[in-house]
Every structure is written in structure tokens, then in C-alpha cells.
Design a protein around this ligand. Structure first.
Ligand SMILES: Cc1cc2nc3c(=O)[nH]c(=O)nc-3n(C[C@H](O)[C@H](O)[C@H](O)COP(=O)(O)O)c2cc1C
Length: 385
């Protein structure tokens, strides 16, 4: 039996190892793998490869894996070498990943991604400008890899404001991508409405200056979020759809003048729909926006109390703090990002209180197996194998 399928009998951090129902799927533990862009789809069609299948299968001990952010259309891409989920070839390539995860007893959702303005013309159809709620020039630089002669990092260009017809077309792209994810054998999808990408660019008032029904009031700024969730439920049962929100942070420097009002309203809007889960990145040091952890914890707990389904917390958690959050009912599960990069057998390590490997940030994005599939698992004794 493989390490991932073997039932873990924890001697430490027991609260992480109760089964939990996520939508209509029962998963084996509450140690979820956060979505992690690794920029290794260097092939021309932005497909997954056997190396990706190995990476995800190594991590199938997670209660739930959320895939790396995966663009729903060419327009939705904003970084070099990220995978897509909108062509037949991409669907076929993800099938290999999903079979590998399922063979190891794991579950995997596909994170559906549209970056909006956090992009560059080099990724856009016909070299057009990236799109957003309003014309906006994000702070910082786009990671364009070898797509640009000045690469790999070049300033973000100004985005252009989407027309209402174009917004409708993007909603159709989400539906198409959800169908592709279903065809590829994912267990569900996570709608990426976090980290300053397209949906946040509609939600946050530092970017959204629209005067139509998609701008102005919080209700209007949440319209696209709601419309995409409605559209996704035409393809998949709500029980197979999770949503990710992050009240602060993300590339480009977008902000809202009242994050608490905005994100509690978003949580209310998502509640009562039978969604698989709500996944919230608490504002923390990693978001790099200077927000303090106390505010982040408070807001995350408020959102937990509003949401009527499974609540997944994320952001700089240790195993011990994750247990405290679950025991205190601040969350039902906790997603781990960087620790899962460096520790393919993270749940097993938490169960034994074993030392963790350190992640190497130099190999987060791009490259091949180094820093990807070569992090060691714990050495097993003969009778554990
Ligand atoms: C290398 C890297 C790639 C990431 N890619 C994504 C992504 O594709 N989608 C997403 O929603 N968040 C992404 N994140 C954010 C993580 O999912 C997570 O929120 C963050 O790392 C904080 O969790 P941690 O403290 O457990 O690492 C990424 C973070 C890192 C470090």
C-alpha cells in the first residue's frame, strides 16, 4: 500500500485527522494542499506532463488537493508556463494527473483562474491589452519568462475596461473550463476569486471605477462573483464547487477601502448555496501588504461564522495552530502552501510531529524536477511499508 493511501494513525495533531465531508465527498483528513503555481507547463499548449502527475500523486495524502491556478482561457493567463483547462489537449493532460492522484487515494479540485490585469500583452490573444473592471496599471512586474525579449520580468501594461458583452463571454469561458475540468476527471473546481485577480479587480474599489451595474455599491461589485458561481452551478453541482477569497493582498497592489464590509458581504452572498467550501486566506505577513495578523484572524473568524458550509483557512499556519483553529471551530480544515511544496508527505509528518523540509523559493517557479518532485519523504521502517 502506498504512503498516501495508508490510513494515518496520528500520535500528534489528532484534530487534523478526522474525516470531513466536503460537499458530497468524504475526505480522509483536514490537511488540505493550497493551490500553488509552479510554472512548469513549458510546452507550447500549456499542458500538464507526467512530471506534474508525479508531483501531485506524491502529495495525494492531503485531504484535498487544490490544483495550481489554471487559466480558463488564453485571455486568463498572466504568467509564463502556467497550465490551462480550456483545450482538448489540456483536458487529456490533466486526466493523467487526476488518475495518478485518484490511484493514490487522493481528491483534487481544479482552481479556475482569470488573472484580469495581472498579465501582459504577450499572453493575450492578438497581443491585446490585458482586461479588467476598469483601465488600471498594476504595480510591479509581470513574470513573462522567455515570452518577451526584455524578460523574464517586465512592467504590467495598462489594462482596458471590459464591455458588458465581454463580461458575458468571460462567464461563458468559466462554464467551458468547468466542463473541461469535469471531463478531465477532477473531483470539483475551486473558483479563484482571491489574490487580486479578475474577480477581486471587480470587487475592490481601488480598481473598479465602473458606473454600470458592475461598479459602485458592494452589491454591484459582487455581481461578477455571483454570476460566475451561478454559471458554474449550471455545469457542476454546487457541492463540487469551492470558492477562494482573500480579503487583502495579491500582486498589483489592488485594495478595498473597507475590506471587512466587502468580504463579509461576499461571504453572505456565497452562503446558502450548498457550495463545497469557502477557502479564505487570512491577511498575514506573506500577503506583503502590511496587514496585521490580528485583523486577519478576526476577519477570517467573522467570515467563518457567516458561511454556512465547510470553511477552509489558509495562511502561515503551523500544524499546532491549525489544530487549535479546528478544535475552537474557527475552521473545518486548513490548507498549507509552502509546507506542501517541500513536504510531499506533510500529513504524515504532522501525524508524527516530524521535522519539516524547508521550501526553496528559488525553485518555486519554472524549471523541472528540482525543487518540485525531489523533496524527500520520511524514511519508513520495514513494517511501515
Ligand atoms: C509558489 C507559490 C505559488 C502560489 N500559487 C497560488 C495559486 O496558484 N493560486 C492561489 O490561490 N494561491 C497561490 N499561492 C498562495 C498559496 O496558496 C497560499 O495562500 C500561501 O502560500 C499562504 O499559505 P502558506 O503560508 O501555507 O504557504 C501561491 C503561493 C506560493 C508560495
Amino acid at each position: 500500500m502506498s504512503a498516501a493511501t495508508k490510513k494515518i494513525d496520528p500520535t500528534h495533531n489528532q484534530a487534523l485527522f478526522d474525516e470531513i465531508k466536503v460537499g458530497d465527498i468524504t475526505v480522509k483528513n483536514r490537511v488540505f494542499m493550497a493551490p500553488l503555481t509552479r510554472a512548469r507547463s513549458t510546452n507550447p499548449g500549456h499542458k500538464q506532463t507526467p512530471l506534474h502527475a508525479l508531483y501531485y500523486a506524491q502529495r495525494a495524502g492531503a485531504g484535498l488537493i487544490v490544483s495550481e491556478a489554471t487559466q480558463i482561457s488564453q485571455q486568463g493567463q498572466g504568467y509564463a508556463w502556467t497550465p490551462g483547462i480550456f483545450t482538448d489537449e489540456q483536458v487529456e493532460s490533466w486526466k493523467v494527473v487526476n488518475d495518478a492522484v485518484h490511484n493514490e487515494g487522493g481528491h483534487i479540485f481544479c482552481q479556475l483562474w482569470h488573472v484580469g490585469a495581472i498579465s501582459h500583452n504577450v499572453f493575450q490573444p492578438d497581443n491585446q491589452s490585458p482586461v479588467s473592471s476598469s483601465a488600471w496599471t498594476p504595480e510591479g512586474e509581470a513574470f513573462v519568462g522567455d515570452y518577451h525579449e526584455d524578460g523574464p520580468m517586465v512592467p504590467h501594461p495598462e489594462s482596458r475596461e471590459l464591455t458588458k458583452d465581454e463580461i458575458k463571454a468571460i462567464i461563458e469561458d468559466y462554464k467551458h473550463a468547468a466542463q473541461c475540468a469535469k471531463d478531465a476527471g477532477f473531483d470539483g473546481v475551486e473558483f479563484h476569486a482571491a489574490n487580486g485577480y479578475l474577480i477581486d479587480q471587480f470587487m475592490r474599489d481601488s480598481v473598479n471605477k465602473r458606473t454600470d451595474e458592475y461598479g459602485g455599491s458592494i452589491e454591484n461589485r459582487l455581481r461578477l462573483l455571483n454570476e460566475v458561481v451561478d454559471a458554474l452551478t449550471e455545469i457542476l453541482p454546487a457541492s463540487r464547487i469551492g470558492v477562494r477569497l482573500s480579503p487583502m493582498g495579491g500582486p498589483g497592489g489592488s485594495k478595498d477601502s473597507d475590506p471587512e464590509a466587502l468580504y463579509t458581504a461576499a461571504t453572505k452572498a456565497l452562503s446558502g448555496r450548498g457550495l463545497a467550501y469557502l477557502h479564505v486566506i487570512r491577511p498575514n505577513n506573506h500577503t506583503g501588504d502590511g496587514s496585521d495578523l490580528e485583523f486577519g484572524n478576526d476577519l477570517s473568524k467573522k467570515m467563518r461564522n457567516i458561511f454556512d458550509g465547510v470553511f477552509v483557512a489558509n495562511g502561515e499556519f503551523s500544524a499546532q495552530e491549525a489544530c487549535e483553529w479546528i478544535e475552537n471551530d474557527y475552521a473545518d480544515a486548513v490548507a498549507f502552501g509552502r509546507d506542501f511544496i517541500a513536504n510531499p508527505d506533510l500529513p504524515e509528518r504532522f501525524a508524527r510531529n516530524a521535522k519539516l523540509n524547508d521550501p526553496d523559493s528559488d525553485t518555486f517557479y519554472g524549471g523541472k524536477d528540482k525543487g518540485y518532485t525531489d523533496y524527500p519523504s520520511l524514511v519508513k521502517t520495514d513494517d511501515e511499508l
